[in-house]
Each structure stands twice: as structure tokens, then as C-alpha cells.
Design a protein. Sequence first.
Length: 433
Amino acid sequence: MLDIKLIRERPDFVRQRLAARGAGDEAHIDEVLASDELRRKLLAEVEALKAQRKRVSKEIGALMGQKKFEEAEAKKKETGDLGDRIADLDKQAAEAESARNQLMLRLPNLPHDSVPPGTSAADNPVVRVHGEQPSFAFKPKSHVDLCESLKLVDFARAAKLSGSGFVLYTNWGARIERALIQFMLDLHTREHGYTEVSPPYMVGPQCLEGVGQFPKFADQYYAVQEGLDAGTLGKLYLIPTAETPVANIHREEILKESELPIHYCAYTPCFRGEAGAAGVGTRGIIRVHQFDKVELIRIVRPEDGYAAQEQMLANAERVLQLLGLHYRVVLLCTGDMGFASAKTYDIEVWAPGQGSYLEVSSVSNCEDFQARRMNLRYKSESGENRFPHLLNGSGTALARLFVALVETYQQADGSLAVPANLQPYLKAERIQA
RNA sequence: GGAGAGAUGGCUGAGCGGUUUAAAGCACACGCCUGGAAAGCGUGAGUGGGCUUAUACCCCACCAUGGGUUCGAAUCCCAUUCUCUCCGCCA
């Protein structure tokens, strides 16, 4: 959520930054300002009436205490219709506030100054490239074929269980998945200073609203219903990312400045409806309804936000470096950034069988956008309550990492070499059919 | 799912229609006292919003949440949520 004071005081600046996203959100600023002004006008009116009611009620109390009942009755008549007028104005003010907030919840974050202008992924500058595309003496196969031949994934039976877009990892496939999760959690907790948490995989809608997934993108996620009780539908949602529960851990709290920075990492499965995405990259496990991910979250002081983002990016890159994978880092342009983010880097890993880069990590600084939505604050040394910066980054997403790993380490004989840093976890140097 | 108890500021905890402007204690900040500290004494201090150049005044709201009764609700009524104890079911 943007700061209403900023919108009031610098509406042109806000419009200009929203326009940079190219989604037309700047058109709503006038509506926000109108409902905000109406709300304040109504508040001034109703609060004056409440002050009056309070004063008279106190006088009535005093008269009752002195047993002057007749005078008290007279006073009661005086305030007779005050209650109704207050109730009416209260309702109007609440409606104006609600209208303003509904609009505000649908406004995305303002892009940071350092974000390049652009309209699509084609405009994202490459920040750096790590390593080189591996060369093969043979034509590298797709992970789909490798998973079939090495029996890492059973696509047909996954579809039998859950329909398309789901993965049944089998035998070494399941063990690789687990090894990767364990490897990443160990790296981030032991070497990068994150505290591991294991959150619920279902959360209430306020958590999705807190990080900016609701209300605008409510059609993207799985709502849960308990048994056959339709009344429970929408009380809980399957998490689309660990960011949803973990970033919300301290919602509505006032932290001490000395508690910052907070670093969390979490493994969770992620569930995404991907409405409207049918047919797009659906072959294999590149785009699926359920995938695993190790997520990094930081809660930091505003002045530390952008330095923390660079560190998080480095933390995520380290995963790919240790696995010996070729990747590049891109900086998302204004038109390609997510709703809540002020600045986002993507890490794209090379998948030789696909002949393309796959997004495995997205590292965002949401500044105070999410903190405002979830009312998360910290008390500064000087005693004022401030909104911290919230950062999230994948460290990294599985499925696509699995694809890159399998396609990169495939051998001429159809077997799979295990990268050195994964061998202690898999207790194997090579996997064959 | 059944029965009972409960939810008050950072924490503990009183208040159960109108001198409550939410007592008191702990913790916190500042001051006095002291050689320094402790103790003692004094003062201050919650959150959000409105008005405002203002972090100054003043005003409004907030005692789990949402409704209701009343001139007036932390207090009475209803619903909901959550916590605890016991029973049932259960990995």
C-alpha cells in the first residue's frame, strides 16, 4: 500500500511513477484523492458532534449524581437526535474510508529510481552472466526425455492422480528433489545467516492481502474448502509461495529496532492455479501447479533495504554457483515488475535441453509497501514507529532448477553426473537407468 | 464434534452503566538524592486518525472482532474468532 500522505502531497510524482509501469494505474489517483477528501470532511463533522455528545453526557452523569433528575431529563432531550446523526455520518465516513482503501489496495508499488523503463521482459537489461553455456559432444536431451529414461518423474501417473500440471517424482528423482532442498537450507542457515522456519501451507486471506497477492490477483490461487461445508470456502488458501506466510510472521507487530534485521528462510511447496496459462510451456515440469521452493525473507530498516537486496541476490546466486550451473542475472524493467515490488532482480539458469534460460529466482525489495498492508512496524531508537523494508527472494525455486541440473549434467551414455556439492546429500556420484 | 473457563496498554492485573481522564505494580525514559550505584522521591510515557508550519495545543476513536440497547458502554445483550481445561475423533 502506498502512503496516503505521499499521494496527497505529491500526486503528480505518484502518477508519474505509476505510469512508468504502463498498466494505467495512475488514472485512479483522482478517485483516491476524492474519497480521501470526502472522508476527512465527514470525519471533521462527525467528530464535532461526538465531542458535543460526550460533553452533555458527562453533564447528565453529574446531574444524576446530584439527584437533579428533572434537569437531567431536559439534557437528555437536548441530545435526542444526536445519536442518529452521528450514526449516519459515521456510516458515511466508514464508507468513504472503505472506498479509499479498496482503491489503494489495487495500486501497485512505485518503481525505484534505479529501475530501467520498459514495457516487457525484452527490455530487462542483463546485469551479469556467470559461467558459460556448457558444450556437448552430442545433442543434449530435454529433461522430459531424461526423466523418462532415468525414471526420475512419472508424468502419466501424476496426471492420473491430479490432472495436468502436477509432478510425481520417483526414486532418484524424488531423492534429487529432497537433496536440493536440504542443500539449499543448509547453505542459507549455515553460511548466509538465515533462521529456518517451517510455516503453514494454508493461510488466511489477510496474509495474501498483506504481501499484495490480494485483492487484485485473487483468481490465481487455490481457495480451500473444509469437507463439504461451502461456508468454509475462502477462509484458507494454499500458499503460492513461502513469502505469503513468512513475510506475514510479524504482521501487526511493533518490533524493536534491535531485533532487526530479521532473516528467515523456509522450504515449502508452492501452489499456483495459473489461470489462463493453459498451453503455455506446459510440457515437462517448467510450469506446474505445485512446485517446491526455498524462500528467503528479510525485514530490515529502510536505510538498509537496497544493500540487503544485493546480499540476498548474492545468496541466491551462490546456490547456482555451487551446483556449477550457468546463469545470468537480469534487472526487471518498470513494465515487467511484480505488483508489490519496487525493484526486482531475476536469476535465470541455463537449460541446455531447452536451449533457453529459465527463471529460478526473483529477488525483490518491496520497501514499505507490504509492511503498510500488514501494519508491521518497528520502534526506532528515537522512539518513533516506522515501517521496515520487506524483501523476498527465491533461494531458489525447484522444478526449474531440477530441469537445469538434469539437462546440464546429462552424459553421452544417458546417465546423469551428480555435482560435487550434491554428492554428500545423494550419496552417489552418478545416476543411471 | 460436546462441556466449561477466559480474552483489558510492553508485561502482570483491578474495574462489571456516569467523579475512569482505564487503578495499581513491574519494566522503560528523564530529573532529584549519592563519591558512584541501589533504594527512595518526583515527572513523563500507548496506538491510529482529524486539525495544524508543528514531533505544540485541541478534538475523535481504540479494553479480542462485529453488531445491538442507552443521553452515556471496558462494564449490559447477541453473534463471531481465538486461547486454556476436560471428553470424543484422529496422523
